[in-house]
Design a protein around this ligand. Structure first.
Ligand SMILES: Cc1ncc(COP(=O)(O)O)c(C=O)c1O
Length: 461
């Protein structure tokens, strides 16, 4: 039975998507072993070539064999393979990276602190926010708002912010009652019949304001948002959404945190998703493309005002007791620094501005395909939602696993992408060229046609 938009079932599907490994199926079928990479391609252990349509995990921006990153790591390993950032210590590439990052950061973000993963960056941002409110004498201002379908990681705190049921069920999460949940700004899915996109955005902002009032504004500290929601299904915010939401946050003195773990470093056609959507963050988390994912590193960028308050408090308390053994590790920092230099030298943002619209336009050519409900995206980030009846926004029953079928057919046809439920995610390496985009989408088109035949054979349409 197809599932109607805005029904409880539709919300439930959205809440359940996340392409995690099913351990039983994993044992039965075994892993696909990827043993080599070259540019935007990877090769399995049988030598079969794939276009990496999701850049690994939305992350390998410079492709799979950039020699300069290998050299940067090797040089640093020879000079100093490890040092830490505790007790007033650090290493040269960490300082250079912080300076470089701050040089390209959105206005007002004047400090950088490093961790190893996006989840750790989100945890660090949450702790920083709590510490900050203690420092400024507002200890009751602690609640954090995140959205349905958000993805902020899998640590206990970051998974609690994540708004996907699979990340909570059976893990006893969310672990804290300090996390509040608000609307997902997906107009196509959650807009009412006859409602305009702008009116929908106003409704989301009004609901947010009501939530803040119900909870008492003096208890609400921050709002976390991915500029484009990634793992929740590549959801581009409704037009005017962020400007309306930020007006509400400002009114109640609530911090805006942009989680740019996917959107940062050119993915949306600007250096930051915050620029694409006119977001003015107080904190920003980034990872993945920071080092083209060659080595693990993430960062939290922090506004000067917040930093100053925390610095003064830590002076009084005698410490800011937070950090990891590998925070500010010099080898990933050297690789990240080289990555940022390459972005600049090769004008990666300009390249995304040139090829992103081609990928978006060619994907939108599939809008008339009988299996396609919505094509959405910006820059080199897109989602194609397969539906039983797109014109009437009717989803497939998730048990039919149509999205995973499309993913499997793509794989057979030499394309690795990710099905998040019935949304097929595209996020190729930022270095992809026009010819490879064409080839990738030809493989996708063939797979969609095969999936359509299959849905007909199975009686799903
Ligand atoms: C927006 C966002 N935040 C946080 C994370 C968590 O990052 P990590 O997997 O490095 O912990 C991710 C990962 O995909 C992400 O997309």
């Amino acid at each position: 039975m197809p599932i109607a938009p805005n029904s409880a079932e539709a919300r439930d599907i959205a809440y359940h998507i996340h392409g995690q490994t099913n351990l039983k199926a994993h044992e039965e079928q075994g892993p696909k072993i990827i043993s080599k990479g070259d540019g935007v391609h990877v090769y399995d252990d049988d030598g079969k070539e794939f276009i990496e349509g999701l850049a690994g995990l939305w992350s390998v921006s410079l492709g799979f064999n950039e020699p300069r990153l290998v050299d940067a790591a090797t040089r640093q390993l020879r000079d100093l393979p490890y040092y830490h950032t505790f007790a007033h210590k650090t290493a040269p590439p960490v300082i250079d990276l912080a300076e470089k990052l701050i040089g390209i950061a959105p206005e007002g973000l004047g400090k950088a602190v490093f961790q190893n993963s996006g989840s750790e960056a989100v945890d660090t941002a949450m702790k920083f926010i709590w510490y900050y409110h203690n420092a400024i004498g507002k200890p009751e201002k602690k609640k954090i708002i995140a959205r349905e379908n958000a993805y902020h990681g899998t640590g206990i705190a970051s998974a609690s912010l994540t708004g996907l049921a699979r990340m909570h069920m059976a893990f006893d999460l969310p672990v804290t009652d300090r996390v509040l949940r608000t609307d997902c700004p997906h107009f196509f899915k959650y807009g009412d019949d006859g409602e305009t996109e702008e009116a929908f955005a106003t409704r989301c902002a009004n609901n947010l304001e009501q939530l803040i009032l119900d909870e008492c504004p003096d208890t609400v500290a921050a709002f976390f948002a991915e500029p484009v929601m990634g793992a929740g299904g590549v959801i581009v915010p409704a037009a005017t959404y962020f400007e309306k939401v930020q007006a509400v946050l400002k009114k109640y003195d609530i911090l805006m945190v942009a989680d740019e773990v996917i959107c940062g470093f050119g993915r949306t056609g600007n250096m930051w998703g915050s620029q694409t959507f006119n977001i003015k963050p107080d904190l920003l988390t980034c990872a993945k493309a920071l080092s083209s994912s060659y080595l693990p590193i993430s960062a939290v960028l922090i506004s000067d005002d917040l930093y100053t308050a925390v610095r003064d408090q830590s002076g009084e308390l005698g410490g800011f007791s937070h950090g990891y053994t590998y925070s500010g590790h010099p080898v990933p920092a050297a690789v990240a620094l080289e990555t940022l230099k390459i972005y600049e030298e090769r004008d990666i943002v300009g390249h995304v501005q040139r090829v992103g619209p081609i990928m978006q336009a060619r994907l939108r050519d599939f809008s008339d395909h009988p299996l396609v409900g919505e094509v959405r995206g910006v820059g080199l980030l897109a989602g194609v939602e397969v539906m039983a009846d797109g014109a009437n926004r009717l989803s497939f029953d998730p048990a039919a696993k149509v999205g995973p079928k499309v993913q499997a057919l793509c794989e057979e046809n030499g394309l690795l992408i990710r099905a998040m439920g019935d949304t097929i995610g595209f996020c190729p390496p930022l270095i992809i060229d026009e010819a490879t985009i064409e080839k990738m989408l030809a493989q996708f088109g063939k797979s969609l046609d095969q999936a359509l035949d299959w849905t007909r054979q199975e009686g799903l349409v």
